[in-house]
Design a binder for this molecule. Structure first.
Ligand SMILES: Nc1ncnc2c1ncn2[C@@H]1O[C@H](COP(=O)(O)O)[C@@H](O)[C@H]1OP(=O)(O)O
Ligand SMILES: [Mg+2]
Ligand SMILES: [Mg+2]
Ligand SMILES: [Mg+2]
Length: 355
């Protein structure tokens, strides 16, 4: 008998792989069709296109499942200058391997279907049933800057993450490559770059080359053991408005961490620590009102936990993906090897005045 979630995993990986072909094309274009959303954050033709391709694959393979995705069609309905290039990209993007493309199935018929497909991602989420979460480009600011970004897809069942897939086109394929100080800036997806991290609950976490055809064999990944805090380092956001960097510096000092933080955009941080290229991911709230979105954390949360890590918020609670489209009951994120998570949490709470 096939292992649980085998089909969901395969379809999710192929969907991410195909959507990454599209985002890589846009990554190399000077004009990325960037517009501003209501919350002033940027979105590009790459975000819309990748979301359409991923949802089309889910619609074809798992028609009964709900979808919580970041983007929606509203802006495109009134803007054909934006809509047309997205439609062109979606229409022309296929996996190089015909058999894999057939297996994935799920095209987008025309421009109207494109808008319809994008809006299939407006489920409110919740505690019941199967819900896919999609972040078509996580770290859009990194994508625009030429840094790291990720395509994130996860399956929730009754609020728990069962399958997580993270495509990181600009990370090295090699799990052993240490995190270079410049890993978050001026990246390419040239030869030797592009990795998919995946996890299924209870089955461990893997990495494999992202590629553009079929899926290569996966390799087991594990977090690095941190025996001595002096040799560890934090992996943090590039954006100081996404995570409080001065509090992180105080926490590092109290823990005896001397190395500078590695800064990179997106859930590539979760993938990097899961494969032992980095140690500890800290995300400290910068505002009392911002609620983290479930699509920004679901895949990464499972991948780190299946690689031997522990993921909680700053209160020490597991991330709760069953309360809606946001992590409304959580505050911040601490992802670390299980053996040191408790110590990191303790110091985070001291510095944030939570104990
Ligand atoms: N004010 C905010 N605080 C925290 N995260 C945010 C905020 N605004 C947007 N984000 C989301 O944070 C994530 C990027 O995190 P990081 O800084 O770790 O790369 C992205 O998912 C981004 O959305 P998006 O998917 O649109 O890029
Ligand atoms: Mg966004
Ligand atoms: Mg995101
Ligand atoms: Mg996004």
């Amino acid at each position: 008998m096939a292992s649980p979630y085998a089909r969901e995993l395969e379809i999710a990986q192929l969907a991410v792989q195909r959507a990454a072909i599209l985002t890589k094309r846009v990554f190399h274009e000077k004009a990325k069709g960037t517009v501003s959303k209501d919350d002033a954050s940027p979105v590009t033709i790459g975000d819309f296109g990748a979301q359409a391709l991923i949802i089309a694959a889910l619609r074809a393979n798992f028609p009964g499942d709900a979808i919580v995705a970041e983007e929606e069609a509203a802006q495109l309905r009134s803007d054909d200058k934006l809509r047309e290039p997205i439609w062109g990209l979606v229409r022309d993007t296929k996996l190089e391997d015909d058999a894999a493309e057939r297996l994935l199935g799920g095209g987008v018929k025309d421009v109207d279907d494109l808008l319809e497909v994008l809006d299939l991602g407006r489920s409110p989420g919740g505690r019941k049933g199967r819900v896919w979460t999609i972040d078509p480009i996580d770290g859009t600011k990194g994508f625009l800057r030429g840094g790291q970004y990720a395509l994130a897809l996860a399956l929730l069942e009754d609020g728990d993450v069962k399958v997580g897939v993270l495509g990181c086109p600009n990370l090295p394929v090699d799990d052993e490559a240490p995190l270079a100080a410049d890993i978050g800036a001026n990246q390419t997806d040239a030869e030797g770059r592009g990795v998919i991290f995946s996890a299924v609950v209870g089955q461990g976490a893997t990495s494999r080359p992202l590629g553009t055809g079929g899926l290569a064999q996966g390799k087991r990944i594990k977090m690095k053991e941190v025996t001595d805090m002096a040799s560890a380092s934090f992996c943090e956001s590039v954006e100081s408005c996404h995570s409080n960097q001065s509090e992180a510096a105080q926490i590092a000092q109290r823990l005896g961490i001397t190395k500078p933080s590695v800064r990179m955009d997106s859930q590539a941080k979760y993938g990097s620590i899961a494969r032992g290229a980095g140690d500890i991911y800290l995300r400290l709230p910068t505002s009392k009102t911002y609620q983290e979105k479930i699509w920004d954390h679901a895949a990464g949360d499972l991948i780190v936990r299946e690689a031997g890590g522990q993921v909680t918020d700053t209160k020490g609670q597991r991330l709760d993906f069953g309360v809606g489209r946001t992590l409304a009951t959580n505050s911040g994120v601490i992802a670390a090897p299980a053996a040191v998570h408790g110590r990191v949490l303790e110091v985070v709470q001291e510095v944030l005045g939570l104990k």
